[in-house]
Write a protein that binds this ligand. Structure first.
Ligand code: FAD
Length: 281
């Protein structure tokens, strides 16, 4: 099940030195799983420009795992994006996750010159040729701001055809949505690898909040079971581990090209899922 699949772990940059040190310890633990790469998120409008760069370079140079910075274009200028691309290229970074991003309410869009992720992908290709492997985001359950599902599929195709090499999905808990999305995208002539984004379940309230914001559906049977567990962390984790491991097994058996873990800067939940998958191998 593990052969010829790719595995990656996503982190977010931390605000304090202590947080940063802790993150490096977590990354070291996950490095022992020999992932293909780590990735580190970027605050839209450049709000984490320095901390994302610092985290990426440390993961790449000290933990020695190839690391992909996320880069978003909304609310940012071409000059800033160009400067970041140059710095990453000079530092030997080879992969970028290219996104539109979401501005928070207090940010201004006035400095944004690229409106959508497809504009950013074209810009990266224009500025850096084939230097970077470009990952883009995919939404099997539809991006929450899309006009409709068909429109979102067409927008994905445009973005992929702008020069993307592969995609990572928003997380989901329903494998049918992933397989249907792959089928539709293939039928529309795009065959880049689309890797499922995996969100471990560790805390129901947080998960419900995130899912509402990003448009990921939590199936009723999962909600109902998690509601019963409430604040019981141990039962929530055990249930979550079982549900997500089963889902990952179905995805890999159904031909998914790998798995990308939204670690939330924790090692243990992703480790537990990978260990349980390894036991099946
Ligand atoms: P796009 O592909 O530009 O799509 C955005 C919306 O616009 C969609 O509804 C789409 O249908 C529509 N659209 C796309 N192109 C066009 C067009 N040319 N004309 C008209 N409509 C169009 N956010 C961050 O801020 N930082 C991160 O580090 C980050 N990492 C992420 C990693 C992954 C794997 C994923 C799945 C998401 C991540 N996000 C991150 C969230 C992401 O930025 C948001 O979901 C954002 O709202 C959309 O980004 P996108 O790149 O998918 O945008």
């Amino acid at each position: 099940m593990f052969q010829n699949r790719r595995y990656s772990f996503e982190f977010f940059p931390t605000k304090t030195d202590a947080g940063h040190k802790k993150l490096m310890t977590i990354a070291k633990q996950l490095a022992s799983y020999n992932p293909d790469f780590f990735s580190c998120t970027y605050g839209a409008g450049g709000s984490t420009r320095n901390s994302t760069m610092k985290t990426v370079l440390q993961l790449e140079n000290e933990i020695k795992i190839s690391t992909a910075p996320h880069l978003s274009c909304i609310g940012d200028s071409k000059a800033n994006l160009r400067s970041l691309l140059t710095q990453y290229k000079q530092a030997g970074i080879k992969r970028i996750v290219a996104l539109r991003g979401d501005l928070s309410l207090d940010m201004s869009m006035s400095s944004g010159e690229l409106c959508y992720a497809n504009d950013l992908v074209s810009f990266i290709r224009q500025e850096s040729g084939d230097h970077f492997h470009i990952e883009i985001a995919a939404y099997p359950e539809m991006h929450p701001q899309a006009r409709n599902f068909e429109d979102d599929l067409k927008n994905f195709i445009r973005k992929a055809n702008s020069g993307a090499n592969s995609a990572i999905t928003q997380y989901f808990f329903n494998t049918d949505s992933y397989f249907y999305f792959i089928e539709r995208i293939l039928a529309m002539g795009v065959d880049i690898p689309i890797v499922p984004g995996i969100m471990p379940i560790t805390n129901y309230n947080k998960l419900a909040r995130f899912s509402k914001a990003c448009g990921a559906e939590i199936p009723r049977w999962i909600c109902k079971q998690l509601e019963v567990y409430g604040e019981d962390v141990k039962s929530t984790k055990a249930f979550g581990e079982q549900v997500i491991s089963n889902m990952c097994e179905q995805l890999l058996q159904g031909g998914a090209p790998g798995l990308h873990f939204y670690t939330m800067n924790l090692a243990e939940p992703s480790q537990a899922i990978l260990d349980s998958l390894k036991r099946l191998d």
